[in-house]
Design a protein around this ligand. Sequence first.
Ligand code: SF4
Length: 394
Amino acid sequence: MEKILSKALRRETLTETEALSLWERVPLQVLAAAADEVRRAEMARLRDEAHLRDEASGAGRETVSDTEVVTWQIDRNVNITNVCVSGCRFCNFHCRPAETEKAWVMPLEDYIPRIEETLALGGDQLLLQGGLHPRLGIEFYTELFAGLKNLFPQLKLHALGAPEVAHIARVSGITVRETLERLVEAGLDSLPGAGAEILVDEVRKAISPAKPSVSQWLDVMREAHRMNIPTSATMMYGHIETPRHIVQHLLTIRDLQAERPACAHGFVAFIPWIFRSEGTQLEKDGVRPRFSPTEYLRVIALSRLMLNNIPNIQASWLTVGAETAQMALHSGANDMGSIMIEERVVSSAGARNSFDADGIRAAIRAAGFTPRLRDQLYRPRPETPQPKIVNTPK
Ligand code: SF4
C-alpha cells in the first residue's frame, strides 16, 4: 500500500488494480491525508502557473488558487424543459412527452427575471439543463442561447450535458461537431458534466437504458475538448454500482482527459455526488441509496489521487450536506461548488440542503480555509453585492 500511495503522491498514474487496493485496504484517514497532500501540491502548482501567466501578461494578479483557498461560485440552475424521452430510473424531474398536463418548456420571457435576479445577487452564470425533448432540435437551442446572450451579453451559459448534445444532434440530423459549433456560435460557454452517472455500460443500461450511451457521452466530451470548450465531469454513485465500477469510471474520465489537445481546457473539475432516491423508480424497485459520509470521503480522496490530470475536485454540499462537504475539503476537494439558486433536479429526489453566500463562506472558513468566489474557469471574481437568497426551488 505504501508503494501505491507514494506513486499517487508523486502524481503518477494508478492502475485499476492499484486504485481498487487503495479503496479496499487503506484506512480513510490515511487515504484522506494523502489526498490532502496532493491537493496542496496541486493548488501550489496552479498558483505558481497563474503567477507566471499574470506576470507575462502584465495584467496583474488574477490567481485564484492557493493551498489554503477554497473556491465557490454563484450561479442559477434553470431547466429548459421537463419533457424527456430517456426516463432514467433515478430521475423524478422529467415527464414523458405524452403527459401533456405536466409538460413544460420554459419561454424566453421567464428566463429574464431569473437572470436579472441572478446578476443582482452577484452571479455570472446560468446552469441550463433539461430533458431530452423529442421535438426540440438545434434551432430551438441556438435561438434560446442567442436570445439570452442578446439580452445579457455578460452572462455565461454553462449549458447542456453530453446526453442532451447527443440527443439534439440526433433530432436535428447533424453531427455532434456541428451541434457544438452552432451552440458555441449562439452563446454556449462551457459544458457541464451531467449525465455521466457511472460510465460503465452494464450500470448505465440498468439505471438509464434509454439515455445516450457511455460511448456517446465520451464522444461529445472528446469533441468539446478538441474545440477547447471547457467542461466538467461528474459521477453519481451510491445505487447499484460496485467499487470496481467507481474505479473504472475514474479511469475513463482520466483517460479521456489525457486525450485532450495540449493547452485545451478539457475537464476543469470533477464532481462526484450521491444518488438521492426519494420517490424514484429505482427506489420503487428496491434500490436504496448507499450513502455514508465516510464512503463519500473515500470517493473524494480516491478521485484526487487517481485524477492526476484534473485540477479541481468539488465537494457536493447539496447531496451530502455542509458538514460532510467541509470534511471533503480535508480529503482532497478544493472547491465548494455553487450556491445553486433554484436547483430542482436533485432536490426533487430528496436533497434538502441549502446554502446562501454567507453560509457557504462561513462553512469554508469553519473548515479552516479562505473562501474565494470564482467563475467557471476558476478565476477570481469580486464579491459584491452580498447575495441573500439561494437554492429556492420555484
Ligand atoms: S436525468 Fe435527464 S435524461 Fe434522465 S430522465 Fe431525467 S431529465 Fe431525462
